[in-house]
Each structure stands twice: as C-alpha cells, then as structure tokens.
Design a protein around this ligand. Structure first.
Ligand SMILES: *Cc1c(COP(=O)(O)O)cnc(C)c1O
Length: 417
C-alpha cells in the first residue's frame, strides 16, 4: 500500500511542502506591536514601557512576586546562580543531560557543576542526588527537558533533607505544570530562555522568576546596573551603594524582543492547549509502531510539548541502527524528526571534561568526566527521536503524514539492511 521507501527511490510519505514547522507564530497583530515599539522606544534603561509590561504579565502568568527580564536564558541562569549566592568552590548538582547553558555559567563563578544521572525520560533522577552531596554542595538545578516537568516532589524532598537550594531551568517548559503548579515556581528562583524556538519566544531574551525579595535585588544588581538598580534596590539595602556599577554586567532584553515576547505570552495558553491536542493524536497513533516507544505522561504532568520524544528500539527492527532509521524518515519528507545534537549529556563536552584551558585555576573539586559515566542519560540521548508539536488543529493532517512516514519506515525496515 505504501510503496517503496523514499530512501530507496520510492515516493515520499510526506507530500506537504516545507518548512513544516516555524516558531514563534507571528501574525499581523505581532507585526503591529513591534512596529509601534519601534516608534515608542528601542532602548529602555529603566523598568518602564514594554519591559515593565512584560515583567508584570510574567508575574501574573506565573503567580510570582518578581519577574526580571534578561538578554538571554544563559544570562538569566548566570544571574540566578549569582543571586542564589553560589561562591567559588561551591558545588551545584545539575542534570547530566540538558542544554549546556543550564550549568555553564557556573564556571564563571568558579563553582563546580556536578552532573547527576537522569531517568530514562532525560530528567534528573532525584534518587541519584544524595550520593553526590558533599559539604560543598549548595544547590540543585533542574531542567524540565523537552517541556516535561521533572519530579519536583522527589527533588524538594532530597533538597530539604540536606538543606540545598532548589533552582529551575524552565527554558523548555513555559506554562508546563505539575499537580496544578507551574514549573519555575518550585524553588528559590528559576531561569527561562525566550530564544527563537522556545515555547515562549521573543527571538532572543530571557527572564528570572522569584518570590524572594533578596534574590530579586541580587538579580537586579547582577543584570541591571545603574537605573534599575537605583530604583529597585531599596535605599538602606547593602547592595544599594553599588547601584551605579552593579556587579559590572549589563544583561538587558531588547525592547523589540520584549514586544514580541509580550505578544506571545498572551497566546501561550492557546498554543499549549493546541499542542496538547496534536500531541495526544501523535502519541495515540505512534504507540504500537514497532521500533518506537512513546513517552508516558503520568497523571498531573502537564508538559509544554517543546518536543515530543520517542525512544528508538532497534531490537524491534532487527537491530537497524537509529541513524539509518532517521535517515529514512528524513527521506520520506518528515524532515522535522530530529536527533538532538548540541543538547547532549554534558560529560561529552570538552568544557565539562577539561575546563582548565578556558578557566585557568578552576577548582578541581570533582573528577573529570568521560564516556560511560551516565549510562541512563547516554542511552536516552542516543535513542531519542523527537518531533516539534504543532499547535493548530489544522496541522493534524500534517502530523498524520509524519505518522504515515514513521509507520512506513517501520513496516519496511528490512529493506534498509
Ligand atoms: C535555550 C536554553 C538555554 C539558553 O537560553 P538562551 O536564551 O539561548 O541563552 C538554557 N537552558 C535550556 C534548557 C535551553 O533550552
């Protein structure tokens, strides 16, 4: 019925013309808002205008006391670590598999990222945290990988037992929730990216959330010297006298990026609801396709569906290597099926094996990492195939073509040997 595989000269299963997925969705309203911002102000040194509107809207959306925008998610993470008081030689436990920026700012603080094994879904395994704790451990940073909330109950339990600070990287998971609570609100502070493909996007940018006033003042001092520091850090506060310089960095969001993010935030819940429908369809249709295992979503887990992850099971397809399977999917025109490259287990990256050349004198309080150190994370990374999740019901037809491509390659896998 399906005909030969496209990789072997047959007709592709996906007939829709590309690109099949673009993000963020920008319409006439978005264009109008950005054009208006271009007229109003393209530099905002204070907490005013679109920056204040975006921060107010984020505070309301997440139900937190403070939201502070930054130039990127990486900058937000750097600010969060500094604001949380991470000092030279301190150790911070981070998931072994995440985008490196979750942890890399720690090198600039001369602190030590301590990698923690993950669960098969890629999220940090709370049961593997305790064995990593030393007298120098200060905090645990959690990523909600591909938008699926991590086990925050487990993390909070181990953190409170050992008096560790909990921090979150919500960069994949804007609007995701766990048992009725939004991710980014579980710890002392959280950092989010507003970069291009992220569920909430301003093109570039980021933000920090916290309910803690002290952490908020410190984020301001770190990321927003002079005007904002003067107006937002109270007069009698020990940091107030540093307001002109802050800590020496300026990590402001661009007002045009803030305008895009503000426009998108008003639509975020609509995007998430649409993605949930498409994700359910994809999950239902792909469950039971030999060679692919869908990821279960337990009760109470509400993902952002930044990515729908499938675990490749070569044993069900005569040992066909994942690279060959993926290549066949791409040939079918299902070009959005992705094997993550740069978002890989961190111990595979030179910065995490040998920080010395980039950070001379970096404390050697933890062993160097090498292949095989985190078998669960490594297996998850080398066996994952992921899809972006469309948010419009009218894209169900396209999603169905992707299903057809996966079914076809699975059915005809013997031809690929
Ligand atoms: C994108 C991303 C970051 C970095 O954000 P930028 O805005 O690109 O600096 C950090 N952590 C995770 C998990 C990300 O996906």
């Amino acid at each position: 019925m399906t005909g030969p595989l496209a990789l072997l000269g047959g007709r592709p299963a996906v007939t829709a013309t590309g690109p099949h997925f673009t993000w963020p969705p920008l319409d006439d309203t978005s264009h109008t808002k950005v054009a208006a911002q271009l007229e109003e102000a393209i530099s905002l040194p204070g907490r005013s205008g679109i920056v204040a509107q975006l921060e107010d809207a984020l505070q309301e959306y997440f139900g937190v006391r403070h939201a502070v925008t930054t130039s990127s998610g990486t900058a937000a993470l750097h600010a969060v670590y500094w604001a949380a008081g991470i000092q030279p030689g301190d150790e911070v436990i981070v998931p072994a598999w995440t985008f490196h920026a979750t942890a890399s700012p720690l090198f600039h603080l001369r602190a030590v990222p301590v990698l923690c094994e993950t669960r098969p879904d890629g999220n940090i395994d709370p049961n593997r945290v305790e064995e990593l704790i030393t007298p120098r451990t200060r905090a645990v940073m959690v990523t909600h990988l591909w938008g699926r909330p991590a086990d925050m109950t487990g993390i909070q339990t181990v953190a409170s037992t050992h008096d560790l600070i909990v921090l979150e990287d919500g960069s994949h998971a804007h609007g995701a929730g766990l048992n009725g609570r939004k991710v980014g609100t579980f710890g002392l502070a959280s950092a989010f990216s507003l970069n291009g493909p992220k569920p909430l996007s301003g093109g570039e940018g980021g933000f920090v959330l916290t309910d803690d006033d002290e952490t908020y003042y410190r984020v301001i001092a770190f990321a927003h010297y002079n005007k904002r520091a003067k107006s937002e850090i109270p007069g009698g506060h020990p940091l107030a006298r540093y307001a002109v310089t802050g800590a020496g960095l300026k990590l402001r969001i661009h007002p045009l990026a803030a305008a895009i993010a503000h426009d998108q935030l008003g639509r975020l819940d609509g995007y998430l609801a649409g993605r949930a429908v498409v994700a359910r369809h994809l999950t239902d249709r792909l469950a039971g396709v030999p060679g692919l295992e869908v990821t279960a979503m337990p009760e109470g887990v509400v993902p952002s569906w930044y990515g729908l992850t499938l675990t490749y099971r070569p044993g069900e397809l005569g040992g066909l290597p994942i690279g060959r399977f993926h290549q066949a999917l791409i040939a079918e025109g299902a070009t959005e099926f992705d094997r993550p490259g740069s978002t890989c287990p961190l111990h595979r990256l030179p910065l995490y094996q040998q920080p010395g050349p980039l950070f001379p004198g970096h404390p050697r309080t933890h062993h160097r990492y090498g292949p095989g150190d985190f078998p669960v994370a490594e297996h998850a990374h080398t066996h994952v195939i992921k899809l972006p999740v469309w948010h419009r019901v009218r894209d169900l037809g396209l999603a169905e073509q992707y299903v057809a491509a996966a079914v076809k390659v699975s059915d005809r896998h013997e031809e690929l040997r």
